[in-house]
Design a protein around this ligand. Structure first.
Ligand code: GUN
Length: 303
């Protein structure tokens, strides 16, 4: 499909997909309430006053309420002791109104992030960061899957009839995106390569990809001439760069102007992967709620 002169790639509209996904979640939440008297609940914990985290947490609360779920927000001072945070998590683990728990990262330096994440009940771990969920995903067991890679997978499955046998290259090896993304693509029978900033001849590796997921956190690093003609490009990067004329703008890890001349389909930044993350958080909360009550898995919301 053409997107105007010189622009060959189809634009994958993550914003529209996420809006539709939240609509589907909202209808399933309504059915859960009508049929079983159950309302899914999501608890979000923020420690400290990091401005970006405050924006995310506010947005998560708003969208949680919009789909008809209960939102529980816990804001703790930056100097909160780790023991106090762990005690809050223990209360949320035991609270039957709470089906999902998210502790916003990063945490202040005096708190052990891994200890906190692994204190969350794995069945309420809607971020999918608990070591048990990581292990379940890696071994093909029923898990809660990290939201951003889950969102990328949904966009890819929507675009491709089948992912089976395709060459997938994931650039980035973080626990939040790169590693779980690779596991999900492997599960869908892709041939998966994980590359990163230290990979030798990154352009040559990227050129093999039928599916490219860029999650390195470097503004516009992946150039158009690195991309195999017709490839599907999923850009997870959100980087703020200064404009020559002053002010700033958001760009991805992919140089959109050159890449969109070569790719078959590409996610824009903003409006691509970003809006999928919170929608998938809500999907995971609904999934966790259904599992907690022994109800069937919600349709089309899981990996
Ligand atoms: N901070 C940035 N991204 C995330 C995320 O996906 N989950 C949590 N808990 N914190 C984050």
């Amino acid at each position: 499909m053409s997107e105007g002169p010189g622009k060959k790639a189809r634009i994958i509209d993550g914003k529209a997909f996420a809006t539709d996904l939240r609509g589907r979640i909202s209808r399933q939440v309504g059915a859960l309430r009508a049929g079983h008297g159950i309302t899914p609940g999501l608890a979000v914990v923020l420690v400290g006053e990091d401005p970006a985290s405050q924006v995310y947490v506010r947005s998560k609360g708003k969208m949680t309420r919009e789909v008809g779920m209960r939102s529980f927000e816990h804001r703790l001072a930056a100097d909160t002791a780790e023991a106090e945070l762990l005690a809050l998590i223990a209360r949320l683990n035991d609270d039957p109104a709470v089906h999902g728990i998210l502790v916003q990262l990063p945490l202040p330096g005096h708190i052990d992030e891994a200890r906190v994440i692994n204190a969350i009940s794995p069945d309420k771990d809607v971020d999918g960061f608990h070591i048990l969920n990581v292990g379940r995903l890696a071994t093909g067991q029923k898990a809660l899957v990290p939201c951003t890679p889950l969102g990328c997978l949904m966009l890819l499955r929507d675009h491709h009839a089948s992912l089976s046998g395709l060459e997938a290259v994931v650039v980035g090896r973080s626990n939040i995106v790169g590693k779980p993304m690779a596991q999900l693509l492997l599960r869908d029978n892709c041939t998966v390569t994980i590359a990163h900033s230290r990979s030798r001849d990154l352009p040559a590796i990227v050129r093999r990809a039928d599916i490219l997921v860029a999650a390195v956190g470097r503004a516009e690093m992946v150039k158009g001439d690195w991309i195999k003609p017709g490839a599907t490009v999923i850009d997870v990067g959100i980087n703020r760069i200064e404009k020559p004329e002053g002010g700033s703008r958001l760009v991805g890890d992919v140089d959109f102007a050159s890449a969109s001349q070569v790719a078959g389909a590409i996610t824009p930044v903003p409006g691509g992967v970003g809006p999928m993350t919170i929608a998938c958080l809500l999907a995971n909360t609904l999934t966790a709620c259904c599992r907690a009550h022994g109800l069937p898995e919600p349709e089309g919301l899981t990996a």
